[in-house]
Write a protein that binds this ligand. Sequence first.
Ligand code: ADP
Length: 285
Amino acid sequence: MAEQNNSSCSSHCGSCSANCPSRKSGIEKLPLGEGSSVKKVIGIVSGKGGVGKSTVCSLLASAMNKEGFHVGILDADITGPSIPKAFGLLHDGVALSEDGKSMVPETSNGGVEIISTNLLLENETDPVIWRGSMIANAVKQFWQEVEWKEIDYLFVDMPPGTGDVPLTVFQSLPIDGVIIVTSPQDLVSMIVEKAVRMAEKMNIPILGIIENMSYLLCPHCNEKINVFGESHIEELCQKEGLELLAKLPIDSQNASYMDAGAVEAIDTKESLKTAVACLKKLIQS
Ligand code: ADP
């Protein structure tokens, strides 16, 4: 069970007197299914689609797995699920637990446990044409009806934006902190600030920001080229009092690894070291 401020949290606010963030929001978080346990739930969010949220989610999960933690990914980006492909998992159905009551996540080569709608579809290219309420229910099922066995970090690849579905996910799951993924263009339109305000309104701590596609390294002279214009991420972090966890370059080789289902082969030891340190600190709290 993910803990809020209270180590004995049962997520049943009605029978508890602790004054924690989930109570302040007035919404009771969903408990996990029987036998499941998750120490920390990390939401990976973005103000809009296409900034590399799923890529960063996959890289972070893989990085924490390589640090020796037991890691899971709940792919809540129901209509654009790209996590299984990044880890090379096939969409050949998901196994059921012995009692038939819950789904068993698929395990990547490196040992990351993953659940996603794409694992359940007959064809990888089948669209998920569902109303918002159905999408939100699918996410709740992925939380409650999946065997999450002794997970240290469960990364939730959130639906993009600040609409109805991410709102329901924020309200339903006991998220310990969010990491906001952005790109230099995204900042210009200040969409990131909407994601910041949303997390604040939901009383969910923001662990920090990762700027993706931040720059391109010239393969000839190693000069940093600001493809999307100059980044203003440092100013934004200062203004909002947020930690800059990483600036990731545009990297066509990494994109090819992702396409080939080999995200775990990407070396992020240097590029994600601040983010990894932040997550390690969180689990000790
Ligand atoms: P989102 O989840 O925000 O919609 P994705 O993670 O699916 O975005 O990324 C969108 C596309 O951009 C994918 O094809 C991905 O491989 C590519 N991409 C993401 N980050 C990078 C990067 N740093 N360098 C090169 N390509 C990237």
